[in-house]
Design a protein around this ligand. Structure first.
Ligand SMILES: [Zn+2]
Length: 280
């Protein structure tokens, strides 16, 4: 008991000293207001004409110095950012990342071929992955994400980000989206404005699939759609009707699976709704 109390005190002290350090370090040069956690989208700002490097790559910044980047489901407990000022001086910053606990979800009744695909289906899955990768490859200077995000559909949440999935008894990769249960044919709205970079009506796992680029490497994907209302290359506005809910691909009933990426990193759309809500 005593050691437990002691470890609590130590971790509280560590937290306090961390945030003091963070406040001291992240002065005018680099500001991040929200606490970092696994799966979150981090938004912050740097001094004008400064540059920021994360994981060896420069981040896109707006003219006033706003940047975003995503933390993966299993992001480490500390991340590092390097700020380069206009005189080319480098300063390294560290930020603690809060760990999350993910649950396990068992799903019965998905088509068995989507759990144990055949040889030819495996080839199709590879090709699908290539199509999706290339849709997200190009990082644009769009800043649609700056206006914030709205929910793309109403409905009970039946699946969350990060949970370990077991389909028909077989463990598979974690789930990365929010699932909203919604009747077949319900209208899906664009959560933020953007450019349609993928409109495919039949991918193996995700069925009817749309990807919208919101700029700076941020994109939304919409899965299991019954029909698409926009085409590749279209520019959509926040709130526009973009698709209809369906149950295509690896699915057991009509629902919308909304996912978000920052570059190749899968982030949690639910956290994005909280940290970057649309301005009223
Ligand atoms: Zn899903």
């Amino acid at each position: 008991m005593r050691s437990k109390v002691l470890s609590w005190v130590i971790s509280i002290l560590a937290l306090v000293s961390c945030s003091v350090l963070l406040a001291l370090e992240a002065g005018d040069e680099l500001t991040i207001k929200d606490q970092l956690q696994q799966g979150s989208l981090v938004k912050g700002s740097i001094c004008p004409k400064c540059q920021l490097v994360y994981l060896g790559e420069y981040l896109n910044t707006t003219e006033d110095g706003t940047f975003v980047f995503g933390l993966s489901r299993d992001a480490p407990s500390v991340i590092y950012l390097t700020l380069i000022d206009p005189q080319n001086h480098e300063t390294k910053y560290s930020f603690p990342v809060k760990a999350r606990v993910y649950d396990t979800q068992r799903i019965q009744g998905v088509p068995q071929r989507t759990v144990t695909p055949s040889e030819s289906e495996l080839n199709r899955i590879k090709e699908d992955a290539r199509i999706v990768r290339s849709a997200r490859e190009h990082i644009t200077e769009r800043t649609d994400f700056m206006s914030g995000f709205i929910k793309p559909v109403n409905g009970r949440i039946t699946g969350v980000y990060g949970s370990q999935r077991i389909y028909n008894g077989v463990p598979k990769s974690p789930h990365y989206g929010i699932d909203y249960a919604s009747p077949e044919g319900s209208i899906v709205k664009a959560p933020a404005s953007g450019l349609v970079t993928l409109a495919h009506d039949d991918l193996f796992y995700s069925g009817g699939t749309l990807i919208i680029d919101h700029g700076f490497g941020l994109s939304s994907s919409f899965l299991h759609l019954s029909s698409l209302l926009v085409s590749l290359g279209d520019v959509v506005k926040q709130g526009d009707s973009i698709a209809k809910v369906g149950s295509t691909g690896r699915s057991t009933g009509p629902h919308l699976d909304w996912r978000m990426n920052w570059r190749k990193v899968r982030i949690d759309p639910q956290l994005v709704l909280e940290s970057l809500p649309a301005k009223p």
